[in-house]
Design a binder for this molecule. Sequence first.
Ligand code: HEM
Length: 276
Amino acid sequence: MIMLPFADVIERLPVPSLRRSRAARARLDAIIYSLIADRRASGRDHGDLLSMLLAAQDEDDGGVMTDQQVRDEAMTIFLAGHETTANALTWAWYLISGAPDVEAKVHDEIDRVLQGRLPMMKDIASLPYVERVVTESMRLYPPAWIIGRRAVAEYPIGGFAAPARSLFLMSPYVLQRDARYYADPERFDPDRWTPEFRATLPKFAYFPFGGGPRQCIGESFAWMELVLLMTTIAQRWRLRLVPGHPVVPQPLVTLRTKHGMRMSVQKREIGELASL
Ligand code: HEM
């Protein structure tokens, strides 16, 4: 909606859903502004992102950011990094729930590598199968399912001259299910992600994090988070889609699920044979 003409006016209409959205934004703002105020007052460097934003100086005039600029940066990171990752995990668990063979391999790798202890950053390199599962699920269900650009001036592309203000839409969801790049494209098959396969894949046949100058700045962080979260949860729990629950993708800004993803959760014993 924020991209619609007259968005400012529409946002202020006395409609219940918009009122809820304004209240939610006010709550988030209150939290972030109070963090900023506390930090400015203490003057201490906590060595985290907020301290870095407060200390950042303009290269030319040495100016620092206003509270609102810091709030905008912090909010972007918060929103861009939260929903996308939650969304990626939701779809990954859905796919695993329907593929007991994949689940067994996930459990097997985790139990073998970790021997029951919690995963840490240094373990990620030893969990290649978990990483393949995440890669494959973001192929089928990329959280950022569509990416848009508007041409500021006439732009030549593929033999056409797109006029200024043309809208370009690029969809990881569509391209990542294209049979030109992926054999049996609708199939959830983490094993397709061999190093040889990766080497032959054209650059933008897989782009859940976008590309070019506006490529996701949180990509490395997201991979770390996704592998560690999946490992930590799968180590102790088995998630099963509740039979009959309708799974309907809802392509909003991110690829949500229209009716949520109802799962039952079963405790698993670490080291139990995953295929039992
Ligand atoms: C699975 C997780 C994630 C996915 C799929 C994802 C996807 C994307 C995509 C496709 C873009 C480019 C949008 C465009 O070109 O218009 C983007 C941009 C961005 N992402 Fe992520 N992201 C994820 C996680 C994160 C995390 C964890 C953070 C921060 C901690 C983050 C911060 C950002 C920011 C700030 C931008 C804007 C960059 C810019 O415009 O220069 N993202 N993300």
